[in-house]
Design a protein around this ligand. Structure first.
Ligand SMILES: [Zn+2]
Ligand SMILES: [Zn+2]
Length: 161
């Protein structure tokens, strides 16, 4: 077997270690080199923010063993609808949030998908978007408790985040 492989995207001849393994390919390697795979992934993520959110949400539900019977496409449509309803604002503090922050998922204005009742699937009535600081401080509180807490903090103690 040859020691190098030509990437289908950048057309460069690269060492076999520059490719991800792929069991479905005859030579056992992915057709794009690692940097190209990363670039394509990033582009896909930026262009399909709701599909990316839906994929991650389904992964989380699987991990938690929550029964869920929609595919990522359906969930993405639900999330897009929800996003339009929320008007791109954090459900707790009203901060403007963005789907893909240029500073990455931990940026303060990066939108986080949150399940109001974490034991139930992400779906209309049980999902909302939060900014990163609210997502962190909310922890496992229900959104109602968190909302009360947030109002209390803002009105009584007068702190922001
Ligand atoms: Zn390449
Ligand atoms: Zn917030």
């Amino acid at each position: 077997m040859s020691e190098t492989k030509r990437c289908s995207r950048c057309k460069e001849e690269k060492s076999r270690t520059e490719f991800h393994l792929s069991r479905s390919k005859p030579d056992g390697l992915h057709h794009r080199c690692r940097p190209c795979s990363r670039a394509v992934n990033r582009k896909w993520n930026d262009e399909n923010p709701f599909r990316r959110l839906a994929f991650n949400a389904i992964k989380r539900m699987r991990r938690r063993g929550i029964p869920f019977n929609a595919d990522s496409k359906e969930l993405a449509a639900t999330l897009e609808f929800l996003w339009d309803c929320n008007g791109g604002e954090c459900a707790l503090c009203g901060t403007e949030i963005v789907l893909s922050s240029s500073e990455g998922p931990n940026a303060a204005d990066a939108a986080h998908l949150d399940a109001l009742d974490p034991s139930r699937p992400y779906q209309l009535g049980n999902a909302t978007f939060l900014c990163a600081p609210c997502n962190v401080s909310k922890g496992d509180l229900t959104i109602e408790t968190a909302q009360r807490l947030y109002r209390f903090l803002r009105e009584e103690v007068n702190v922001d985040h």
